[in-house]
Structure formats: structure tokens, C-alpha cells
Unconditional design. Sequence first.
Length: 363
Amino acid sequence: MPTEGGAGHDLRHHGDAEIRDDGAALVDLAVNVRADTPPGWLREHVAASLTGLAAYPDGRAARAAVAARHGLPVERVLLTAGAAEAFVLLARALKVRHPVVVHPQFTEPEAALRDAGHTVDRVLLSAADGFRLDPGAVPGGADLVVVGNPTNPTSVLHPAGALTALARPGRTLVVDEAFMDAVPGEREALAGRTDVPGLVVLRSLTKTWGLAGLRVGYVLADPETVAALERAQPLWPVSTPALAAAEACVGPRAVAEAAHAAHRIAADRERLLAGLGTLAGHGVTVAGPAEAPFVLVRLPRAAAVRRRLRALGFAVRRGDTFPGLDREWLRVAVRDRTTTDAFLRALERAIAQAAAEQSRPAG
């Protein structure tokens, strides 16, 4: 159902808040950056770029590399300081009257639109049907629609056909594919498509490659939209080290490595899901089917369980800051089997502790 209004959710809360300050020593299951990254070869490549810091950044080679990665002309590519910058550019540069954000999803698109003075409608997907996208739920008059695929935090991978069904003349369709390279075969990806009217695809290189501190991503869109977004950027918006990383991360070696990592993540996710399944008797359920490097978990007393997990050494992402979710939801990043097994033991203990805390007489 479409809704309007920003009250009740902290749209600026993100997973990194869980591991700051007193959370720095916790096992991080709150942030969706792949563990043990960036790899050594990428660190060395970025470090080598530091000798050129006296010159202004030149993004031509990186832009051409991204274009080649997706089989597009360079006029359809815009490099950005992470996908988050792209949301700000879209909100400021596009002349839209009726923007709609499909939730639950990453909250920065709506925050950016509101900061730019737009009134934003929400389409809230339902847990009852697995947070699946119904194109008919999006108002016909929407001239900007934003949806994630696979979606943060639900881990749902929407069919490409459901997404393209949202496209129409006069509408900008923004598909956030920040986690698509973690999906084996990049099933349902729209990056590289030029036959969908108004399509804008966003990609991030910070998740798979562990470059959140470097800030690098890109936009794929028609040349007119790219030009409009580029005019809204400051000069030299992407640093020389970030450009070096972008060029490296879309090359054949990196694409092959990311594809291998996607299969490993899928196997690790299955282990996590199997373990969560053993806790069904405690009221634990998982949204899905999950296809991303994180899962969305529903359980009783989730806020208390999250606090107990922190005391046991694990940080997970609270879910109630996402529109469409409440305090019963937590998002958990997929990690290696050793970390997962330790987390599952801690989760079972935290659930028991939270239940005992609730049943304890007051006073």
C-alpha cells in the first residue's frame, strides 16, 4: 500500500553505528561489507596510485573500464563517491513531482529526496508474501520509482520482469544493484540493459571489495540522465585512489574473483539459514528466500536479544529503522562457517536470556 510521511523511522541510521565506539571490538554482523577485504592485490593497486596524488583525478580510464564491463558506451556511465552519492545527485538533479520509494529498502534514497525538498510516497511490501514486489502496487502517476535488487535488508531478489514492468515513458526507474555482484551469475540484473525506458542502475564497489572507507560506485543510465547528474556533481568528485580501485574492480580478474566469492557467500548463507531453522521453536523466522550476503530475521523480543548479543560479543543490525519493519526484526550479515556457528550458539543463548529477563518478576 502506498503511504506518505517520514515520521517514526531514523532514515540516517546504518549498520556502521552498531560497531562504533563500544562496539568496535564486537564481531561485526551488522555491516554488509564482505569480510577479509580488500584483498592484497587490490590494496597494492590502490597504494600504487598514491604517487599520483599531486595531480587532479582523471576518471576517463576508470569510466571506460566500467563501460566495457557492462558493454556500454562511456556516455552511459557516471562514477560516484559510492552509490550513496548517486542518491543525492538523483534527488537534486532530476525534476520530479511524485517520487516513490519501495520499502523496506536502504533508507538513503528517501532521506536524500526529503533533504532535497521532495514529498516522498512509500510502497510498503509485506512480510506475509515474502516482501515480493507487486508492480501494480506502485502508483501510476509516480515519475520516479526507487527499488533495491537484491534488496537491503530483506535479501529478496526481485525478478527482472517485475522490475521492467515498472518502466514507462516519463518515469525514471532507479534500481539499486549494490549487492548484485554477490548473487551467483548476477541473476535478474538490469545493468547493461538499454531497452528499458528511464532505467537508472546503481552499482557499489564498496560491499564486495571492502572499500567502504574509499567511497566508489557508479551510475548506468541514458546519456541525458548521466549528463544531468554530472552537472550536479562537484569537480573531481572521485579521488585518484578510488578511481584506481574502480578500474581494478571491474577488470576480468576481479569479475572472476567476485563470481567465485558469490558462490562461497551462497554456501555460507545456506549454513546460516540452516542454523536459524533449528531455532524455529523459539519463534525465529527468516524473510526470503534470501539471496543477498545478509538475512532478515524476525524473532520475539528482538531488541533485548540484540542487546544480549552485544554482551556476548556480536553486533547485528536493528531492523526497526527501515520503513515497513518493526522492533521484531534484525539483519544479520553472512560470514564464514566458524563465525556463523559461534553466532548461532550466542543467538540461542541470547534468546534464552531475553526470555528469562522478560519473565523475571519486577521489583
